[in-house]
Design a protein around this ligand. Structure first.
Ligand code: GDP
Ligand code: MG
Length: 741
């Protein structure tokens, strides 16, 4: 038997799933999309039940990968029961999805979750009334407390024994009733299942449905002309949605009795501070900086000397291994001085030093084994493969730590606030913050971020979002920032270096969006309505599942595309055009060296291509087009004996920033280009996007290089940008006033 869990995001599906399946659970991917697929089994019923946790969705329309996955599962894989999880503290919104699930023929049970929270608030939910309204059993549960969940499964099992016919709330809409019935009879001759579902989707003019039954679509379109839907601009998707909402407000509102609230909920209190008009953005930046600091800083900058840690015990030295304090500590302890360490070392750097030690030892081990092997073999394995992989793997702890922090922000509900705050700010310049959610995902990986742009209905806004998506620094670019952070300013301001790259990326994205908005992609700013979920304590299990996904992705990528490109780069940098003559002595004579030394002139205005190692930076940027991890791996292979740090150290601050920004902004990676092509559906537009990225990267890097090199250039540019933004803000203010009047 097969049961599936369906419901809105944050309704508690995964919590229930974990409680039901325990150790049998495993997480995979739905074919073709990066959406988690959780499966497991439940054994306390007469039959063993296979349970699938569907991704969180608000509707069954085909706009997001989550919706498509859930819809296909329910229609094609024929589960025996849909367990529809509903957040009882937010009934009306959650039951909107239920009205759509009801339209399928699959037996269904509604689980009213979070009843513990409902009771705590003193609210009362009339379960019988909901049962009568929807015609399916309703069970009150608390997934978190494990209350009533076995009861729920018993009811689900009973339900699975009887077939169910789909029903729709449209039948009680006077406007749509007869149209619906006529459409339904058209399906009578088809041999399909879930006829009610199909008929309603056809009324909504659902893309997939129209493709599937073009003949019925033509007839229905004719029938629709008899209906007056002018107040909805003849958008039947909106007419049907309205019918659903009317039904819910008629039948559900009276099923909930809210207790009189004497005090404001804790969430509201927190929101007063966290989404404050003025403090919202500074607080967001502070939180982000705190995270970056804790992950990347060598030292606690601002509290230096205020919170000092007095070191008297030599054992402490081990604790600080690899952080550059050993020498200082040893000397001081010998002379009997007390040492006061300026600040708190960050967890990330500490973990990184251990990882570096581990990977370093592995390389030494191999080097020992291969001592008597032929030069090309030990070169390929030690100088090529192992050092290239080491360069990426040593940053793994910090990458995972950053993702842990971001997952905590996401799961706790703070990220939704961030989008809300950003919308308020963006709107002042005529942009909508709705795009911010997919963009936030790009901090993890641009591919799911680009796929999530499906949630934006406005075509121009979608395209704009994809155009600026790569400017949000993804996880694969992190090793580049970290390699630089450890070297620039003697590694003293690592957190600030990384933080600044992220910030510059966001600023460039905003400016680029504004420029696009007023040139190529003109259009009105669509309204942005979003529900803020209440704050939750993130669950350890969920967090670990996120991290595990990330780790798996990283290891697979390292084992395939990155290993392959390292081997190629090693070959190209160790052999000349006459490669049959054996390895070259001087890397400048290698194939890569010769090519790099020619094309580097294109990058001369950007600063980093100058100097003896210039061509290596150029080559690294180009290999980064394949996968961004390749940038650091390439640099490591090309740096040779002198080492990566010496190579980076050869750049000026201006050159270093120019290099980082070029890699941040230029073409993200092949996977992302493919995703953008898939969404834009046109080669011409995709090439347009690639051109736009390269141009932006080139211009920004050049501007930054020259501004940092000559401060007055920077000053003039900053003043110009501020002036332009002010003009735009004032113009928009006038426009918004005019609208308000
Ligand atoms: P999903 O997005 O539907 O998978 O939701 P999750 O299972 O991740 O749960 C979202 C949040 O709701 C988590 O922070 C859970 O701890 C919380 N939650 C889930 N079930 C309950 C419940 O029965 N009561 C309460 N108070 N919180 C719950
Ligand atoms: Mg979930």
């Amino acid at each position: 038997m097969k049961f599936c869990l369906a419901g809105n995001p944050n309704s508690g599906k995964t919590t229930l799933f974990n409680a039901l399946t325990g150790s049998t659970a495993h997480v995979g991917n739905w074919p073709g999309v990066t959406v988690d697929k959780r499966e497991g089994s439940y054994k306390k019923l007469p039959e063993k039940v296979h349970i699938v946790d569907l991704p969180g969705i608000y509707s069954l329309s085909p706009y997001t990968p989550e919706e498509v996955v859930s819809r296909n599962f329910i229609l094609d894989e024929k589960p025996d029961v849909i367990i529809n999880i509903v957040d009882a503290t937010n009934l009306e919104r959650n039951l909107y999805l239920s009205t759509q699930l009801l339209e399928t023929d699959v037996p269904m049970v509604i689980a009213l979750n979070m009843m513990d929270a409902v009771e705590k608030n003193g609210d009362v939910v009339d379960k019988d009334k909901i049962e009568k309204t929807f015609g399916v059993p309703v069970v009150e549960i608390s997934a978190l407390k494990g209350k009533n969940i076995n009861q729920l499964m018993k009811v689900a099992y009973d339900v699975s024994q009887k077939p169910r016919k789909g029903s729709s709330v449209i039948e009680s809409s006077s406007l749509l009733k007869s149209l619906f019935q006529k459409t339904l009879t058209l399906y009578g001759e088809e041999s399909c299942q879930n006829k009610v579902f199909h008929a309603v989707k056809m009324l909504e003019a659902d893309e997939l449905e129209v493709q599937l039954y073009p003949q019925i679509a033509t007839i229905t379109a004719e029938l629709k002309k008899e209906i007056d839907a002018k107040s909805f601009d003849d958008d039947f998707g909106a007419v049907v949605a309205d019918a659903r909402y009317c039904f819910l407000s008629q039948h559900v509102q009276s099923a909930v009795k809210k207790a009189k609230r004497q005090e404001v909920s804790k969430s509201d209190k927190a929101d007063r501070v966290l989404t404050h008009r003025i403090w919202g953005i500074p607080l967001f930046l502070l939180i982000m900086f705190g995270i970056f600091h804790f992950t990347f800083a060598e030292d606690f900058l601002f509290l230096n000397g205020i919170f000092g840690l007095e070191i008297t015990n030599p054992g402490w030295i081990n604790f600080f291994t690899g952080m550059g304090y050993e020498g200082m500590l040893e000397e001081a302890l010998e002379t009997g001085e007390a040492v006061v360490l300026g600040g708190i070392p960050s967890l990330g750097v500490w973990l990184q030093s251990w990882m570096g030690w581990l990977t370093g030892s592995i390389i030494d081990l191999f080097a020992g084994w291969l001592e008597s092997a032929p030069a090309w073999l030990s070169g390929l394995i030690c100088d090529g493969l192992l050092s290239g992989l080491d360069a990426i793997f040593s940053f793994l702890p910090q990458i995972l730590l950053l993702f842990l922090f971001l997952s905590i922000l996401e799961d706790s509900g703070y990220m939704a606030r961030a989008a809300f705050i950003m919308d308020r700010a963006f709107r002042k310049f005529g942009l909508s913050g709705k795009a911010f959610m997919p963009l936030l995902m790009c901090f993890g990986c641009g591919v799911p971020g680009v796929m999530a742009t499906k949630t934006l209905e406005n075509e121009k806004e979608r395209r704009m979002t994809m155009m600026i998506a790569p400017f949000f620094s993804c996880g694969a670019k992190l090793p580049i920032w970290l390699a630089f952070a450890g070297v620039m300013f003697a590694g003293q301001f690592g957190d600030l270096v990384v933080f600044s790259v992220y910030l510059i990326g966001i600023v460039v994205a905003i400016i680029a969006a504004i420029i696009l908005k007023f040139t190529v992609l003109k259009g009105a700013t669509p309204p942005f309505i979003m529900e803020l979920p209440s704050y939750h304590l993130p669950q350890f299990r969920n967090l670990m599942a996120h991290l595990w996904e990330k780790l798996k992705h990283f290891i697979i990528k390292a084992g395939t595309i990155i290993t392959a490109s390292i081997v190629v780069i090693w070959f190209l940098s160790n052999f000349g055009f006459t490669f049959w003559n054996g390895m070259v002595e001087d890397i400048e004579l290698s194939i890569l060296g010769q090519i790099g030394n020619v094309i580097k002139y294109i990058f001369y205005p950007l600063g980093f291509a100058q100097g003896p190692d210039g061509w290596k930076f150029v080559v690294a940027s180009i290999t980064g087009l394949l996968a961004k991890e390749d940038v650091v791996a390439t640099m490591e292979v090309l740096a040779g004996g002198a080492g990566l740090e010496a190579m980076i150290g050869g750049l000026s601050v201006a050159g270093a920033y120019s290099f980082m920004l070029f890699n941040l902004l230029a073409v993200p990676c092949m996977a992302m280009v493919a995703a953008v092509y898939g969404e834009m559906g046109s080669g011409k537009r995709t090439w347009g996007a690639i051109g736009f990225w390269v141009l932006t990267a080139y211009v920004v890097s050049m501007v930054v290089y020259w501004s940092v090199s000559y401060w007055w250039i920077g000053l003039i540019l900053i003043v110009a940008v501020i002036a332009a933004l002010t003009v735009l803000y004032l113009r928009n203010k006038k426009k918004r006033k005019a609208v308000a009047v």
